[in-house]
Design a protein around this ligand. Structure first.
Ligand SMILES: *Cc1c(COP(=O)(O)O)cnc(C)c1O
Length: 377
């Protein structure tokens, strides 16, 4: 089966991990600092906190934002559950706003009427790797006394108006899961330009220990590092930060390859668009996407048959995503279907074609041939 996504690990990556394994630290060592500095440089902000997953990054970011029971978080339904779960775990009420059908990204015009004095965070996802309209969403948040969080699990390495993803929001989260744009096996990060948000994120990802430079309240002796809040251990080990550093050096090449594959698919699918009512992935003029997915849309009534045909032909397609509030965990709370019609329509038509740096031109031709067969069934 040709997978929909796959990591790219080369000899340099392996050597970096082996070196870290043979070093003095397996975790909490100097490679963590180096990886975080490199992530901050990539995102164009002073602070990056590495964590054990993109899900952990969201939990940490919502904690840093000060989410408490009764607060409201406005987000997109066209995402992975973690975008909502991180805030729900802290007691927030999740409010879903609809997406722009061109990109699948949260629509600022749909967010505006949902703002209340309880809204603490607007959380958007750069669907498929296309950056959201961050300036508009950030303005909406700021004018309402809220924060703007960008779940950039798909868009690491992307930019908007020449500004890197990481610098566009109050808080940005990355994922380094194997199918994402670079990998540390499991892993993620929280980026911010705000030193207070950075400090809150850093304490929460590491047991609630006070940070270097903070004034201790206890005077027990040089052995004590005091703990000031209930927290978790979300630390990313040195070994995996070494992999991350090596992968970061390759990220520009990965992003370029993904862009080339996106163009190749567009070209190869062009003659099927009208005859089979396909919709190819959309972007915006000012975006430099990092194409994590190739989200093709087919007529809704044909989606299942096309999906099954592709799978039976060895093409490992996926669907991204079931509207988050259709999952029983939200449906059981009373979230009705029909809440966000554009997101639901997007979902009903969507099939993600294979997209990863090691995919060859021949693989793309193979996928498109299989799609031709699937569409003509
Ligand atoms: C992958 C993903 C996450 C979660 O990241 P993990 O590293 O798998 O925990 C969160 N949000 C989106 C949009 C994702 O695609």
């Amino acid at each position: 089966m040709l997978p929909y996504g796959r990591q790219s690990i080369n000899d340099d990556d392996v050597a970096a991990v082996v070196e870290a394994l043979r070093g003095d630290w397996l975790t909490i060592g100097p490679t963590v600092d180096r990886f975080e500095a490199a992530l901050a440089a990539l995102g164009g902000v002073p602070h990056a906190v590495s964590v054990t997953s993109g899900t952990a990054a969201l939990h940490v970011a919502y904690h840093a934002a000060g989410i408490q029971p009764g607060d409201e978080v406005i987000t997109t339904p066209l995402t992975f559950m973690a975008t909502a779960a991180g805030a729900a775990l802290l007691g927030a009420k999740i409010v879903f706003a609809d997406v722009d059908p061109a990109t699948g990204n949260l629509d600022p015009a749909a967010v505006a009427p949902l703002l209340t004095e309880r809204t603490k965070v607007i959380a958007a996802v750069d669907y498929a790797g296309v950056p959201v309209d961050a300036p508009a969403l950030r303005r909406l948040a700021r004018d309402n006394g809220a924060l703007f969080l960008q779940d950039a699990a798909h868009s690491v390495g992307g930019a908007l108006d020449g500004q890197p993803v990481g610098s566009l929001a109050d808080l940005t989260t990355y994922s380094f899961f194997p199918t994402k744009n670079l990998t540390t096996t499991e892993g993620g990060a929280v980026l911010t330009a705000n030193p207070d948000l950075a400090a809150r994120a850093r304490r929460f990802h590491n047991q609630g220990f006070i940070l270097p430079g903070e004034t201790p309240r206890l005077d027990e002796g040089p052995w004590l590092r005091e703990i000031v809040e209930f927290s978790l251990n979300y630390r990313l080990p040195d070994v995996w930060c070494a992999l991350g550093l090596s992968q970061l050096r390759r990220l520009p090449e990965f992003v370029a390859r993904r862009a080339a594959l996106k163009a190749r698919y567009d070209e190869a699918l062009a003659d099927l668009v009208d005859s089979h009512e396909l919709v190819l992935p959309g972007t915006t003029d000012n975006a430099s996407p990092a194409w994590h997915l190739y989200p093709l849309r087919v007529p809704a009534e044909r989606r299942r048959a096309v999906f099954e045909s592709l799978r039976s032909q060895g093409i490992g397609v996926q669907v991204n995503y079931l509207p988050v509030y259709w999952h029983p965990v939200f449906a059981d709370l009373g979230y009705p279907r029909g809440l966000c019609p554009q997101a639901e329509a997007y979902y009903r038509c969507e099939i993600s074609l294979p997209m990863w740096p090691g995919l060859t031109e021949a693989n793309v031709a193979q996928v498109v041939d299989a799609l031709r067969v699937a569409l003509s069934v």
